[in-house]
Design a protein around this ligand. Structure first.
Ligand code: UDP
Length: 382
């Protein structure tokens, strides 16, 4: 009856399901472990009538017109440019660290000197990862690099990953570079916006199609068996002749055969505050203070009139298999090698397609996951 089985209804699974249903006009069953669709992008209106992101803040940003146009089929947008402050030595200063931040943390004469050094050395509007800035030999630039490393990256990264910045893939800290500009925005992508009615509505519209059936509250292992030796897939006891698209953890798919892939998890603590606004910005990072990494105030992201406000504190922690939610793959060389072993096995099963943050073991942003799903649909599904 079904031509395709899709495990997981986050962006990777939902985009492919939508394409199969609309473009190929074939039948898809989406199997979802949770009691809702949308994966970690799921949002809902809480008791304060504020739209909150159940699994932490999701801010859509992309340079890809294709991705933006594609998503625009399922939502209207409200224009939103994300801003983040970091609490450093008792002050809340703009990050990514930029030329404006210099003047917030240093006396004017020192800030001027550092600005001049930075703009002489680097092109205006360029972005310099902290691990690159640390290699600068000039005494002033080296002082600045160490300051930013110590105050912004070292302790935040220790909380977030349990690692030093230099022990994790450089792409991770490069997500928040030092910006040689006066731009205080967190992202500089061409398209930055928030879906007017939230992310969950996007998923509802993507999956609302007669060719798509959704099975919630179902672990794939309850209805799918894999014969790893014979490389065959069984669905409800019968050999399945269609394609299986798996968006969960690649190590779980292979029964943790080579060992557990490390992930980072979070404890997310929502609080209602009995005042109209709680903080000065949508997100404030606390690199050095407290055990949480950041506080998000959702009212800024989805403007709402309410006497109360909802905030979210994020407490990172080690992921315990079968207990915690795997939010982030831990990007180290060793873990990548373990992932590659699983990937090789996956490639041997013809009708299996792995995709998404967990199955590809990649730190995808939402737009990366959508882009990859659209590519995989064209390359391997169609
Ligand atoms: N980071 C940091 N201090 C900050 C913000 C970010 O050290 O104030 C580092 C940290 O290692 C973090 C990474 O940069 O995990 C990426 O940050 P981003 O805000 O992109 O993380 P996400 O929103 O994906 O959790």
């Amino acid at each position: 009856m079904f031509n395709y089985l899709i495990i997981g209804s986050g962006f990777a699974g939902s985009v492919i399901a939508e394409r199969i249903a609309n473009i190929l006009n074939r039948k898809v069953l989406v199997i979802e472990k949770r009691n809702h669709i949308g994966g970690n992008c799921y949002d809902y209106k809480d008791e304060n009538n504020i739209l909150v992101h159940k699994y932490g803040p999701h801010l859509f940003h992309t340079d890809s017109k294709d991705v933006f146009d594609y998503l625009s089929n399922f939502t209207e947008w409200h224009i939103y440019q994300h801003k983040v402050l970091a609490f450093i030595d008792g002050k809340k200063v703009p990050i990514p660290f930029n030329l404006n931040t210099l003047y917030e943390v240093f006396p004017k004469s020192l800030a001027e000197k550092l600005e001049s050094k930075l703009t002489t050395k680097f092109q205006y509007n360029s972005k310099v990862p902290i691990l690159d800035l640390l290699k600068e030999e000039d005494t002033d630039l080296n002082f600045l690099a160490n300051y930013v490393y110590d105050k912004l990256f070292k302790n935040y990264t220790a909380k977030q990953w349990g690692l030093k910045p230099e022990d994790i893939d450089p792409q991770v800290t490069a997500r928040v570079p030092i910006c040689i500009s006066r731009d205080n925005r967190y992202f500089t992508d061409k398209y930055q916006a928030i879906p007017k009615e939230g992310y969950t509505k996007i998923f509802e519209r993507m999956l609302n199609h007669p060719n798509i059936k959704i099975m919630l509250n179902t672990d794939f292992k309850e209805i799918i068996d894999i014969d790893y030796e014979k490389k065959k897939i069984f669905f409800l006891g019968q050999e399945f002749k269609g394609k299986l698209i798996f968006t969960g953890m690649i190590d779980e798919f292979f029964n943790f055969n080579y060992g557990y892939l490390p992930y980072r998890s979070l404890d997310l603590k929502f609080e209602t505050i009995d005042q109209e606004y709680y903080q000065e910005a949508p997100v404030i990072n606390y690199p050095n203070d407290y055990d949480f990494t950041r506080i998000t105030e959702f009212k800024y992201i989805h403007p709402t009139k309410s006497d109360r406000t909802t905030i979210l504190k994020e407490y990172p922690k080690t992921y315990q298999p079968n207990i915690d939610i795997p939010y982030y793959p831990v990007f180290t060389k060793e873990n990548q090698e373990l992932y590659n072993m699983y990937k090789e096995d996956a490639e041997k099963i013809n009708d299996l397609i792995l995709i998404g943050r967990l199955a590809d073991y990649k730190y995808y942003d939402m737009d990366d996951a959508i882009k990859r799903a659209l590519e995989v649909f064209e390359e391997r599904v169609e």
